[in-house]
Design a protein around this ligand. Structure first.
Ligand code: IMP
Ligand code: MG
Length: 181
């Protein structure tokens, strides 16, 4: 057994369930974008594992880029201000863009990313999130593809972190409150 497991109160989504859902979303994207070469923009760092699996289940040509934003101070709640830490390198003007993000919590990061990318005049912009916490939204959260809707727990694994740890877990678990309180 993995020692990181001891910090979890439960496994919320096991590897098998995540992989099955990611494959479904990938197949849907491949179908919907079949006559285009979309640009997938992974939001670092949390989105890295989802992006890696998702892009391998999309069976059409595509381009990849990365963006890093921070609205978080490494803790469990949003700081309110979003900053770009790494910008995209691709010229997305006239391109079909799909943002790949780990989780929607308050919705602040995604709304910032959406506005920012729309200013670069893509032909279309869709947003794909692995997890959504509907109970945590503080603003309208617009996205087009979602893996799973979850409760308001703090989750880690499959890219998601607490203080930059747990990202390498292949499944998603609920972090014990005693770890972050
Ligand atoms: P938002 O801007 O409040 O929607 O926060 C989104 C970002 O906060 C995500 O991209 C994650 O990086 C981080 N985040 C929100 N909830 C969690 C969680 O439960 N576990 C780990 N990271 C989270
Ligand atoms: Mg994130």
């Amino acid at each position: 057994m993995n020692s990181m497991n001891l910090d979890l109160s439960a496994v919320l989504l096991d590897e098998h369930r995540i992989q099955a859902r990611v494959r479904e979303i990938g197949a849907q994207i491949a179908m919907e974008y079949k006559d285009t070469v979309p640009v997938l923009i992974g939001i670092m760092k949390g989105g890295f594992m989802f992006l890696a699996d998702l892009c391998r289940s999309i069976t059409i040509p595509l381009e990849l880029d990365f963006m890093a934003v921070s609205s978080y101070n490494g803790g469990t709640s949003s700081s309110g201000a979003v900053k770009i830490r790494k910008d995209i390198d691709t010229n997305i003007e006239g391109r079909h863009v799909i943002v790949v993000e780990d989780i929607v919590d308050s919705g602040l990061s995604l709304s910032y990313i959406r506005e920012y990318l729309l200013n670069h005049s893509p032909a279309s912009l869709k947003i794909c999130v692995l997890l959504d916490k509907p109970g945590a939204h503080k603003m309208e959260a617009l996205f087009d593809y979602v893996g799973f809707q979850i409760e308001n727990d703090f989750v880690v694994g499959y890219g998601l972190d607490y203080k930059n740890l747990y990202r390498n877990l292949p499944y998603i678990g609920i972090l014990k409150e005693e770890i972050y309180s």
